[in-house]
Design a binder for this molecule. Sequence first.
Ligand code: ZN
Length: 181
Amino acid sequence: MAIQPIRLMGDPVLRTPAATVETFDKELRKLVKDLTETMQDAPGAGLAAPQIGVSLRVFTYWVDDEIGHLVNPDLDLSSDIQDGEEGCLSLPGLAFDTRRAMSVVAKGMNMHGEPVVIEGSDLLARCVQHETDHLDGILFIDRLDPEARREAMRLIRESEWFGEPTPAFQVSPHTISSRWL
Ligand code: ZN
């Protein structure tokens, strides 16, 4: 097993735009495996690579018993909207109503560099938007209206986990193996 510690808000890796994956090698396949195992262990509906300290454009999802991953996602969003509760493994214990597009078409690649398309609505669409935001350094609380965001920040500042020291992070796909175990 290669379950990784999940980075929490306040860790700079979560605010760093992740790099495009250019090398589809063994390290990338290990990253997808680590993300999948960490997501299942949490458990979570999705997990983005920056959340385990790797600043690369990769995420995994686990929605309606379907587990998958996407590399270098590019999203087409529907104009119709869903509103519902959303949370994040990097902000444990907090959930807020967050507006998202109702459905999404996500184009990208799998870990072997083959093109794939994920089409989804409801929770899968919410998950894909949330995880792609992580790859741009965006957290879901950034999507709240100002009043809800102020309330979220208040709760975050009061959280036990907030303000803990954060470890360094890697941007290269080729040196992720040992440091974070
Ligand atoms: Zn998240």
